[in-house]
Design a protein around this ligand. Sequence first.
Ligand code: FNR
Length: 389
Amino acid sequence: MKTISDIEDLRRIAARRVPRMFYDFVDSGSWTEQTYQLNQTSFKEILLRQRVGRSIDGRSLKSKMLGVDVSMPVAIAPIGLAGMVHADGEILAAKAAVAAGVRYTLSTLSIASLEDIQRATDAPFWFQLYVMRDKQFLLSLIDRAKAAGCDALILTLDLSVLGNRFKDAKNGLSTPPKLTISSLSNMLTKPKWCMGMLRTHRRNLGNIIGHAKGVGDVHSLSGWIGQQLNPALSWKDIEWIKARWGGKLVVKGLLDAEDAQTAVLAGADAIIVSNHGGRQLDGAPASVAVLPEIVDKVGRATEVWIDGGIRSGQDVLKAIALGARGALIGRAHLWGLGAYGEEGVKLALELIRKELDLTMAFCGHTDINSVDRSVLMERTIPRTDYCVA
Ligand code: FNR
């Protein structure tokens, strides 16, 4: 393995190893990709306050998310089709998360199924639910998540309609993918990826095929997914889903302080400030830009987590300093996965852990749970009147 210094190194290797169609699926946002880019640049604009002359011996990153011990306040975000970035991708990422002492979230639209992850890790994980129109299927998914040992349900609310992602349309990324001569010949230049895919039987949406009515194979799937996005989804649905689930419920995809308050009233045990990694509403603010205002509004009533643009431990520290109790990583772990499979995800998590630890030390702290806004240069903190007049 080459010397890997940061997540950007992993991204460069993934770009060489993963077929263009799936690499672009990951490294893209919707429309002009303004929000996708803002997620990262907004973290860079926040500057850290170096402190000296304090003992920084005996540091700890241990924390809790939803009352569960984690080795650092980081978790893996739900990713649809992660099993196309690398064969058995979700299983490998979930194993890496267990080894690192952090939580893994499985997407409804994953290639590996809930049961695959349970068998491979035998450890609790989180399940992300898309609220589809087929209520019977929804109920069965909730029950399967319980049976698989998931101890939190993450409800994604920002995908009732689909953002327009130009690269996917150009690359023919649909379900099933439209394989053109150019995409096929590109795949053939990625022999390790091809071998992995030939060896595994997991190439379909494992939570859906054979479980949803009328979806027996990949060809019936595309029509089904098109019909299943649910534009009628509303806060009322949260209540019955929470009642059916009966466990910890996390609401994902919030960018507005008023919506955050509504989520708390609907019973969210945690919320995720997120713009879906810039893949839905282009022109929306960066997640970190609205984090302070949302923390001000609901941070005492619920756990506020964040995702979007986190590429380093420094970004995690900034999010925690602004009041987040956890940070989820999407692309940062996918690039590790695309580069080196399970080892790559472990590497991504270790890079983030080391950067977080050292940055915390430079800022004069020894316990991640005591980090607050004072580690940031005050004038670079995003203003807190973004959402509410
Ligand atoms: C996602 N995301 C996502 N979210 C979700 O709730 N369910 C899903 O199935 C997916 N699928 C998905 C696929 C891909 C390729 C990406 C990049 C993202 C959004 C994801 O959970 C998270 O919000 C973002 O990835 C966070 O941004 P970063 O860390 O990727 O910048």
